[in-house]
Design a protein around this ligand. Structure first.
Ligand code: ATP
Length: 342
């Protein structure tokens, strides 16, 4: 497995700057997740790495070699797309064997058999090897599509939302399996998604994309606890971080330039009684009951602002309750949404 380096890569399509001055170093064996909403430039970044797009500026290095000018086939990367594209007339076995039988990589048939069997077991489709690809469920097809990448030992795996078309249960199962397989293989993997759960559970590091720019790279914990902006803060965390205009929590000490304060649901405490002036008066509006906690939506007095707080399930609140809200571990942001140190 190889490392990857993107150095100042940019790509424009007409009026759209899809990727801007993007630099990123991925170490061999890392599982890096590029996270961002639709249109942030995730797919374009992957296509630039694969050689399916040519950057306007910047360089792509794989395994220490500058591959910027190389055709996709010469880059030794395996790409898994969101929509699986299997050969419908071939069996699962032959679909998996296909990449190994390409003229570019002729492989002895006993080696093909060994590799296909091993990958089919890893992906738990060994009992389907003789089935035609068309007889598979969506989840099984996507496993085969991932398997076609895994039978090779490329320098780099690139995956573009490979689980997004699956139902929730399958997505959870495959998420765990993919992470396990990546660790077992020691594979270098660049994975793009807009799904924060995938990013949190699989990534060694997450890169957050905003309008073509890579705005922060760090471990899931760093991104969650120490976001560089309100945009990044809102990418991770469910429920979403509460973002409140500074003026609505005037009793809370914070930097002068701060325009917005961000507080995660688990860092809000509800008090039935409090004389502390920094605790904001509010009223319970509604409650979402989850298994281990309740999400209590409170409305701040004299404003339309609503906050979501996570309260232990044994603390009972009811709509209409008068409360005071304590904001712990506030994150401060300036007018442009940039983080300001407390
Ligand atoms: P999604 O999750 O919707 O796939 P994304 O983060 O992968 O989004 P990209 O597909 O990389 O985003 O697109 C980034 C921007 O570039 C978008 O505004 C998109 O419309 C534009 N774009 C991408 N490819 C092309 C193209 N071939 N021609 C014109 N515009 C393009």
């Amino acid at each position: 497995m190889a490392d990857l380096r993107l150095a100042g890569v940019a790509k424009r399509f007409g009026a759209v700057q899809a990727v801007q001055d993007l630099s990123l170093d991925v170490a061999s064996g890392e599982f890096i997740v590029l996270l961002g909403p639709s249109g942030a430039g995730k797919t374009t970044t992957l296509r630039l790495i694969a050689g399916l797009e040519t950057p306007d500026t910047g360089e792509v290095h794989i395994g220490g070699h500058d591959v910027t000018g190389l055709a996709p086939a010469l880059r030794d990367v395996a790409f898994v797309f969101q929509q699986y594209s299997l050969y419908p007339h071939l069996s699962v076995y032959d679909n998996l064997a296909f990449p190994l039988r390409s003229p570019r990589r002729p492989t002895p048939e006993d080696e093909v058999r060994r590799k296909v069997t091993e990958v089919a077991q890893m992906l738990r489709i060994a009992d389907k090897l003789q089935s035609p690809a068309t007889r598979l469920s969506g989840g099984q097809m996507q496993r085969v599509a991932i398997g076609r990448a895994l039978v090779r030992s490329p320098a780099l795996y690139l995956m573009d939302e490979p689980l997004s078309s699956l139902d929730a249960k399958l997505r959870n199962d495959l998420r765990l399996e993919l992470k396990r397989i990546q660790q077992d293989l020691g594979a270098t993997l660049v994975y793009v998604t807009h799904d924060q759960i995938e990013a949190l559970t699989m990534a060694t590091r997450i890169g957050v994309l905003e309008q073509g720019r890579l705005v922060q790279v760090g471990t899931p914990q760093q991104i969650y606890e120490d976001p560089v902006s309100s945009y990044v803060a809102a990418r991770l965390g469910s429920p979403r971080i509460n973002l409140v205009p500074r003026g609505l929590v005037a009793g809370l000490a914070g930097p002068g330039r701060a325009v917005t304060v961000g507080v995660r649901a688990e860092h809000l405490r509800l008090h039935r009684d409090s004389a502390d002036a920094s605790h904001r008066a509010a009223r319970v509006k509604r409650i979402e009951r989850l298994s281990d906690q309740h999400l209590v939506h409170v409305g701040l007095d004299d404003s339309d602002q609503e906050l979501i707080t996570a309260a232990p399930a044994d603390e009972s609140f009811a709509p209409g309750d008068v409360v005071r809200v304590e904001l712990l571990r506030p994150l401060w942001f300036d007018a442009e949404g940039r983080r300001i140190a407390a």
